[in-house]
Write a protein that binds this ligand. Structure first.
Ligand code: NAD
Ligand code: WQD
Length: 341
């Protein structure tokens, strides 16, 4: 199959591109590198021994997107490209709506023109908002609490309407829980720019000495140790979920939504402990105020993905931390050689 991967130079996209190549698919990556480096793709080529057809294109440039599809047969699209920082989305909502929603509209317009109607979209557990009816099932109402989450909701709605209007589309809306970890080689991984927003990259940067200590946002939640509980999922399990969705879409039309999580929650303190074990050093932390908008507990009911896709996450928290640490230790500044604080 020839698969076009938007956002393929990014964290989840690079791991999925690697899995696609390793399964024998041909991959075109479309990315404007606004939050990534083409070095990730060079390393994907190094690990796989195969070539990535990379196009530095912005999804907001509709003509350039059309031109990629006009070149030849694409069988399916996996659409990762988007902005993803919750806090930044509150400060720059228009940039988020434009990039994520308009970018997706341009993509599906080009797909329609080219007759490509198979699409896997990166949605997020963030669409469930602060719902505490765990485990979260796909039928739980969408109720995002920030502009980033609302772009995901809006895109889900747009794609659902598209699938209803034209039943020849095959669309998978994948709601990821908390992706962490790295490929076992330690050659590709998450490379956040500036101060990481998410827990695992922050913990990893403390472990490697780039930051002093982890600030734990709240220790008075109604959870066993008082800290927030999340469903962390290994990025390689997540990548495998995309391949399972593509296999499903090859024999079904319609719009489908699946949670991709492990179904298990871990607290912030459990993560710090597991990472300390993986890194062989105690990671310092300090309790601070709750972060506004955070739910106490979030984890998936991932049974639909198991029943319908035959997919489930295999790797546990210890392996997530070991792999994340291998990447962080070998690449203390990610894909760059110079520190960026
Ligand atoms: P990432 O930032 O590493 O990757 C996104 C990629 O998209 C980057 O390479 C960026 O340069 C590219 N991009 C952004 N806007 C673009 C545009 N207009 N045109 C072309 N390329 C563009 O992020 P990630 O963690 O790999 O996330 C991938 C997708 O998964 C995103 O849509 C994100 O919202 C979603 N998601 C991520 C998480 C998470 O915690 N990482 C959780 C749930 C959902
Ligand atoms: C995890 C836990 C924090 C940082 C976010 C997005 C979501 C999705 C995944 C894209 C929480 C605590 C964190 C820190 C801490 N992304 N924490 N100190 O908030 O579950 O989800 O990323 O779709 O949309 O909202 O992930 O990693 O930020 O936080 O104590 O420095 O760690 O309070 O309990 P979150 P996270």
């Amino acid at each position: 199959m020839k698969v076009l991967v938007t956002g393929g130079a990014g964290y989840i996209g690079s791991h999925t591109t690697l899995c696609l190549l390793q399964e024998g698919h041909d991959v075109i990556v479309l990315d404007n590198l606004m939050n990534s480096s083409s070095e990730s793709l060079r390393r994907v080529e190094e690990i796989s021994g195969r070539t990535v057809d990379f196009r530095e294109v912005d999804l907001l440039d509709a003509d350039a997107v059309d031109a990629v599809f006009a070149e030849g047969a694409v069988d399916a699209v996996v659409h990762f490209a988007g902005l993803k920082a919750v806090g930044e989305s509150v400060e720059r909502p228009l940039a988020y709506y434009r990039n994520n929603v308009v970018g997706t509209l341009n993509l599906v317009d080009s797909m329609e023109k080219a007759g490509v109607r198979r699409l896997v979209f990166s949605s997020s557990a963030t669409v469930y908002g602060a719902s505490e009816h765990v485990p979260l099932i796909e039928k739980s109402p969408m109720d995002a609490t920030n502009p980033y989450g609302r772009t995901k909701e809006q895109i889900e709605d747009i794609l659902t309407d598209l699938g209803a209007a034209d039943p020849s589309w095959s669309i998978a809306l994948l709601r990821y829980f908390n992706p962490v970890g790295a490929h076992e080689s330690g050659r590709i991984g998450e490379d956040p720019r500036g101060v990481p927003n998410n827990l695992l990259p922050f913990v990893a940067q403390v472990a490697v000495g780039r930051r002093d200590k982890v600030m734990v946002f709240g220790n008075d939640y109604p959870t066993p140790d008082g800290t927030g509980v999340r469903d962390y999922i290994h990025v390689m399990d997540l990548a495998a979920g995309h391949l399972a969705a593509l296999r499903f879409l090859a024999r079904a039309t319609g719009t489908f939504r699946w949670n991709l999580g492990t179904g298990r929650g871990s607290s912030v303190l459990e993560v710090i402990e597991a990472f300390s074990t993986a890194a062989g050093r105690q990671i310092p932390y300090e309790f601070t105020e709750r972060r506004p908008g955070d739910a106490a507990v979030s984890y998936a009911d991932a049974s639909a993905a198991l029943a319908e896709l035959g997919w489930s996450a295999r790797r546990g928290l210890a392996e997530m931390c070991t792999d994340h640490w291998r990447w962080q230790q070998a690449n203390p500044y990610g894909y760059q050689h110079e520190p960026s604080f």
